[in-house]
Design a protein around this ligand. Structure first.
Ligand code: CP
Ligand code: NVA
Length: 329
């Protein structure tokens, strides 16, 4: 639990005798926690690494730059894409993976995140965690002596948006100055889109029920950064003339899908009529898993605007960029 740890974090990966042995301490850890914590040039660099791996032209010509390195992944929530894509990414870069589920590890019996961080840092070179409370992610980063990657919390999903930006740019060129429309729940994925709008300089219009609007703090941060992020009343207004339309599930992991929630979100469903209000060549994205017939119709998921499978694939490539940046850049 946050705040239960009793010792300050150690700076050295794998041991505390480096200084005594006259070995230089490692440089500051490169955590991938949230898009607001990483500057735009670095984010662009990470995407460039990912694209280079995808093209088969790895940075410095090293196809297996993470040989001998280990990624530990902790899942306190379910996953298909994040788990599979990180595992394949690490393996293709020459490294290996250890996967821990929340309930079947000692975390499920109350071992603290801080202690888990210190233990895993002795086995692994990088840790990815998917959890509920973002305080747990911060605690992991505070107590790990290796880089920590955010694999989703209740408040953000930055790895997803890196893959999404890569996907948009592959299809349509630079996202800077373009218009992205979000229609649906103002959830964790929406929050990372808001942060991305500031970092990648695109216009973002969000249509969400006011009861399910994004957290004011994330909107205030984006505004402070000069980002063009606006909340608009209805989905049609958000989507009008957009280059990209994005939505996500109405019921995120850990939430209950009551009738009221579905009633509130009904008007934000992305169907062919709504999509027709966007630019003629607009793209449609969804982080998946999709609930067809709820937040998106089959006609849109399987229609000409949809790039959801490319988007899912690009989790793999973007995360190679993240892993390479954390460990080998
Ligand atoms: N989009 C995404 O993160 O999918 P998973 O929950 O399957 O990892
Ligand atoms: N908002 C969704 C994203 C899943 C990848 C959730 O948190 O369940």
């Amino acid at each position: 639990m946050a705040g239960q740890a009793t010792h300050p974090p150690r700076a050295n990966p794998r041991g505390n005798n480096l200084k005594a042995a006259g070995i230089r301490p490692p440089p500051r850890l490169k955590h991938f926690l949230d898009l607001d914590r990483i500057d735009p040039r670095t984010l662009r660099r990470i995407l460039d690494f990912g694209a280079a791996f995808k093209r088969g032209k790895p940075p410095k010509g090293r196809a297996k730059p993470l040989a001998g390195r280990t990624l530990a992944m902790i899942f306190e929530k379910p996953s298909t894409r994040t788990r599979a894509s990180f595992q394949v990414a690490m393996q293709e870069l020459g490294g290996q993976v250890v996967v821990l589920g929340g309930p079947e590890s000692q975390l499920g019996r109350g071992e603290t995140i801080a202690d888990t961080a210190r233990v895993l840092s002795r086995y692994a070179d990088v840790i990815m965690i998917r959890t509920d409370d973002p305080a747990k992610l911060r605690e992991m980063a505070a107590y790990a002596s290796v880089p920590v990657i955010n694999g989703l919390t209740d408040q953000s999903h930055p790895c997803q948006i890196m893959g999404d930006i890569m996907t948009f740019e592959e299809h349509r060129g630079s996202i800077q100055g373009r218009t992205v429309a979000w229609s649906g729940d103002g959830n964790n994925v929406a929050a990372s889109w808001i942060q991305a709008a500031a970092r990648f300089r695109f216009r973002l219009r969000l249509a969400c029920p006011k009861e399910l609007a994004p957290r004011p703090a994330v909107l205030a941060w984006a505004k402070g950064e000069g980002a063009e992020v606006t909340l608009v009343g209805d989905a049609a207004a958000a989507v009008a003339g957009a280059d990209l339309v994005v939505t996500d599930t109405w019921v995120s992991m850990g939430q209950t899908g009551d009738k009221r929630r579905r009633r509130l979100l009904g008007p934000y469903r992305v169907d062919a009529r709504l999509m027709a209000r966007a630019k003629k060549d607009a793209l449609f994205m969804h982080c998946l898993p999709a609930h067809r017939g709820e937040e998106v119709t089959d006609a849109v998921m399987d229609g000409p605007h949809s790039v959801v499978w490319d988007e899912a694939e690009n989790r793999l490539h973007a995360q190679k960029g993240i892993l390479y940046w954390c460990l080998a850049d």
